[in-house]
Design a protein around this ligand. Structure first.
Ligand code: UGA
Length: 438
């Protein structure tokens, strides 16, 4: 099928390449010339495992092109909207400028029977408004909402083999079945592999996405709240998580207590959900999400406080090695990264922060040039007065307590992800501080 993907960020670039890899003829469109140049040359403009390989192979087939001109969307049957919906400045609400702009700019190039498919995370009600925008323009095209559940770091796999497909279809029966048939064509390979499909209305599809992220955020903040209780009782939250996680109704995943969640999705999505619920007069239904957000932000502060405490009350002029900058491993994304937040706060308290990360240094440096960045773990650890682990990359998880101990000035470890073997560190003479652990 001929597809266009409008917006080539973390979501759109992967979607475009994966759809071409599956055999579709795809054009990816973005206003950012540098991004389009990189993608056209078969280079991923950000770190995402597996993306460079499919960009190269799909480009070689001639089925994948990139352009800065919306006119190139003309001729595609299905147009995916994959632009960002960041948090509005000075508000909790989502900024819909890019989504509205993408649809508005696409309208002149739509052919009768085309399907516009929203993939961006939006406040409930957006799809209905966009469908009206399309019909009022006179374009004879349909709109569907098809939320995306991919995780950064696993985006290629999650796009090619999703765990579920959700279609928010138009209210009119004929349009709904035409839209569904087109989407079934797009996703034929996943559907043939037995991927569960939920075909529903616009509002449900929009809400599935935000409620899934709200649930995940709540699960993380729940275990982080238990970490706060563990800290005043001497309990160990990691063992608590293992024990409650064995109940299949609860499950162990997303019960990793630590510095908390960040990234371009969970934090802004729970805030936008709160703002939208308030607009709908149902603020109380998701008021708990404010608490989820507050718990999450407190954990960043806790890591900073533990570092200060471990250094005897002040980090001023102390060298602190910060291991990790990305919001999670296997990504170079630093949007709302707890790791970077901790680094910046420690710097603000007078510490000489020497930070390292396998992939996120370039992005971090652009935003926070005041920090010192080094490429290797060895350089970061050398003569450090304290070490703070905030992104659990494999190379940090497997840090050897003896080897690291020989490099640092003080054997002080603040494990903001509870990802080290605390016994091994203590045995090697380190003062080990985890989150929610004795
Ligand atoms: C999240 C969702 O998991 C995806 O399903 C969704 O499609 C995506 O948002 C989106 O809306 O686009 P992502 O932001 O890539 O995906 O990252 P997650 O793997 O969900 O991690 C989010 C944050 O939670 C990270 O900072 C991670 O370190 C933290 N986390 C995760 C914890 O602190 N503890 C855990 O146990 C798990």
């Amino acid at each position: 099928m001929k597809l266009s993907v409008i917006g080539c960020g973390y979501l759109g670039a992967v979607h475009a390449a994966a759809m071409a890899e599956l055999g579709h003829d795809v054009v990816g469109i973005d206003v950012d010339q540098a991004k389009i140049d990189a993608l056209s040359a078969g280079e991923a403009p950000f770190f995402e495992p597996g993306l460079p390989e499919i960009l190269v192979s799909a480009t070689a087939t001639g089925r994948l092109r990139f352009s800065t001109s919306m006119e190139d969307a003309k001729g595609s049957q299905v147009h995916f909207i994959a632009v960002g919906t960041p948090q509005k400045k000075g508000s909790y609400a989502a900024d819909l400028t890019y989504v509205n702009g993408a649809v508005r700019d696409l309208i002149p190039f739509l052919n009768p029977g085309d399907l516009v498919v929203g993939k961006s995370t939006v406040p409930v009600g957006t799809a209905e408004a966009l469908a009206s925008m399309i019909s009022e323009s006179g374009a004879d095209a349909m709109l569907a909402w098809n939320p995306e559940f991919l995780r950064e770091g696993f985006a290629v796999k999650d796009t090619i083999s999703p765990d579920r497909l959700v279609y928010g279809l138009p209210p009119e029966e004929q349009a709904a079945s035409a839209a569904k048939a087109l989407l079934d064509g797009v996703y034929s390979s996943a559907l043939n592999a037995g991927t569960p499909l939920i075909a529903t209305d616009y509002a449900t599809a929009e809400l599935v996405k935000v409620s899934a992220n709200a649930f995940l955020a709540t699960k993380i903040s729940f275990i982080n709240a238990m970490a706060e209780i563990a800290e005043v009782t001497g309990a160990d939250v990691t063992q608590l998580a293992d024990a409650i996680g064995l109940d299949v109704r609860i499950g162990r995943r997303f019960l990793g207590a630590g510095v908390g969640f960040g990234g371009g999705c969970l934090p802004k999505d729970i805030r936008a959900f709160t703002a939208r619920a308030e607009e709908l007069g149902r603020g109380e239904s998701v008021a708990f999400l404010k608490e989820v957000d507050a718990i999450n932000l407190r954990r960043r502060q806790r890591v900073v406080d533990l570092t200060v405490e471990s250094l005897g009350g002040s980090v001023n002029l102390k060298k602190v090695a910060v291991l990790g900058l990305a919001f999670k491993p296997y990504s170079d994304d630093i949007r709302d990264s707890p790791a970077l937040d901790v680094a910046v706060q420690l710097r603000g308290l007078g510490a000489t922060v020497v930070a390292t990360d396998p992939h996120a240094i370039a992005n971090a440096r652009k935003l926070h040039p005041q920090l010192d960045y080094v490429d290797t773990l060895e350089e970061a650890l050398t003569d450090a007065d304290a070490v703070v682990l905030v992104t659990e990359w494999e190379e940090f998880r497997h840090l050897d307590a003896e080897w690291a101990g020989r490099l640092v000035r003080n054997r002080i470890m603040v494990d903001g992800r509870n990802s080290l073997d605390s016994a091994a560190f203590r045995a090697a003479g380190w003062t080990y501080r985890g989150l929610g652990r004795p």
